[in-house]
Design a protein around this ligand. Structure first.
Ligand code: ARG
Length: 260
């Protein structure tokens, strides 16, 4: 019966951009979404992923994504896998800070590629996502929006500037946020993440970040984890939101060879 999977999640600035504007490197203005964040203007590459059929959220939004070429958006596999047979029901909206408005630009999705090996397991009743990445091909190229570069290094110094963005809920109890928010957070070491999640955490395809002070939450899934101005991760899963000892888990993008 559920038209949408139980955990349609989300994935998910003071968007401005200095040199970044010309290089595809995202440099937010100092700011502090999302749990523990602040309101943000959408950076040009940020997509709200949704479908008009999802009437419980304005704009039909249920996930985030990032434009990485003129006609490709990277998002979480768990956001779109269920629509593989009906990709044109999906769309990507750019430039809309508040989902209850009609501004910005909405582009229909033509096809959905889901990473082979995407699968779900469980940790304390939460869905654990593996190989949680998908590529959406848009029905037309988006012009005048600079894509975000994907991080290929896979290595990050502790303390590297890290941001999360999304239209998701601002706490586990909030059901209704519709405004884009952003937070500056810190990466969490693989060792600490393995302490939290045991074998549910796989360092080969996951990277952890955030704390009680800043985390993604429901409807932020698929949205960006930006490290050093590059798309490094995608909001994927966690135990609750912003709970002590349970950081957010993001799809680690560097290992994947995406069809871009
Ligand atoms: N899969 C989650 C969702 O349903 C993404 C949220 C991630 N949670 C977190 N605390 N970082 O939207």
């Amino acid at each position: 019966m559920p038209l949408f999977p139980r955990r349609l999640a989300a994935v998910a600035s003071a968007a401005l951009l200095s040199a970044g504007l010309f290089t595809g490197v995202y440099t937010p203005r100092a700011a502090d979404a999302i749990v523990g964040g602040t309101a943000a203007a959408p950076p040009p590459w940020l997509a709200a992923i949704g479908t008009p059929a999802f009437v419980v959220r304005p704009s039909g939004q249920f996930c985030g994504g990032a434009l990485v070429t003129a006609d490709k958006v990277v998002t979480a596999a768990h956001c779109v896998d269920f629509l593989r047979a009906a990709p044109t029901l999906l769309s990507a909206t750019f430039g809309r800070a508040d989902l209850s408005k009609k501004d910005g630009e909405t582009v229909q999705v033509r096809s959905i590629w889901v990473q082979p090996g995407f699968r779900e397991t469980e940790f304390k009743g939460e869905t654990v996502e593996h190989h949680d990445v998908a590529v959406l091909t848009l029905s037309r190229p988006v012009i005048n929006r600079l894509p975000l570069l994907i991080d290929r290094s896979g290595t990050h110094l502790p303390g590297a500037p890290t941001q999360i963005l999304g239209w998701g809920t601002t706490s586990e109890l909030d059901l209704f946020n519709t405004r884009l928010r952003q937070a500056n957070i810190s990466l969490v070491t693989d060792a600490r993440c393995a302490d939290a999640y045991g074998s549910a955490f796989d360092r080969r395809d996951m990277i952890c970040a955030g704390s009680t002070h800043g985390d993604t939450c429901q409807f932020d899934s698929g949205g960006p984890l930006v490290v050093n101005g590059r798309l490094t991760g995608l909001t994927s899963w966690a135990y609750g939101c912003a709970r002590a000892g349970y950081p957010g888990v993001y799809t680690r993008l560097a290992p994947f060879n995406l069809p871009l």
